[in-house]
Design a protein around this ligand. Structure first.
Ligand SMILES: CC(C)(COP(=O)(O)OP(=O)(O)OC[C@H]1O[C@@H](n2cnc3c(N)ncnc32)[C@H](O)[C@@H]1OP(=O)(O)O)[C@@H](O)C(=O)NCCC(=O)NCCS
Length: 138
């Protein structure tokens, strides 16, 4: 069996919007936010963590984007791993990195895609029944 690829984790506050979009699409998450919105989402984020293949082109295969005050709670807005790299521990690795960077005083919250619920349960997150949401209108 081939060795699993080595993954490089990093904080990339200046991540390129096109790369971000590619991973969203490759993960199955979808990337229909539009370029302007994606750029704004990245430039206003507080946490942009990446996972890249440890090879010459350093291909981006995973990303986590969080919004936080660094003192109370961090909202994970996107967590996406390219389909070709899913199941290698990258999603868990990115969440672990985020938790280490935020430290023990900061809670983490997110709204799961239906297909990802089992992942969040698997990595030990607690399901909160009383969550509320106003949908964006455009
Ligand atoms: C959900 C997602 C981020 C998981 O990333 P990943 O790198 O494939 O997951 P990992 O390899 O880190 O998995 C960690 C553990 O969770 C399990 N797991 C992964 N996805 C799972 C799922 N959908 N359901 C149940 N368990 C899952 C793995 O088997 C692994 O278990 P193990 O610790 O026993 O080995 C990735 O599948 C993805 O990008 N999905 C599409 C986009 C999406 O839905 N993102 C979440 C938005 S809320």
């Amino acid at each position: 069996m081939p060795e699993p690829p080595k993954i490089l984790y990093a904080s990339e506050p200046d991540l390129d919007a096109a790369e971000f979009c590619r991973v969203l699409v490759e993960s199955g998450f979808g990337g229909g936010h539009g370029e302007l919105r994606l750029k704004a989402m990245l430039s206003h984020a507080d946490l942009v963590l990446t996972a890249r293949l440890d090879r010459r082109d350093r291909k981006l295969v995973g990303v986590l984007r969080g919004v936080t005050d660094f003192f109370w709670v961090c909202y994970i807005s996107e967590l996406a791993v390219s389909k070709s790299a899913q199941g290698l521990g990258i999603g868990k690795g990115l969440v672990g990195d985020a938790r280490r960077q935020l430290g023990p005083v900061v809670a983490m919250a997110l709204i799961s895609e239906p297909d990802a619920v089992g992942f969040y349960e698997r990595i030990g997150m607690t399901r909160i029944p009383a969550a509320f949401w106003f949908s964006r209108e455009c």
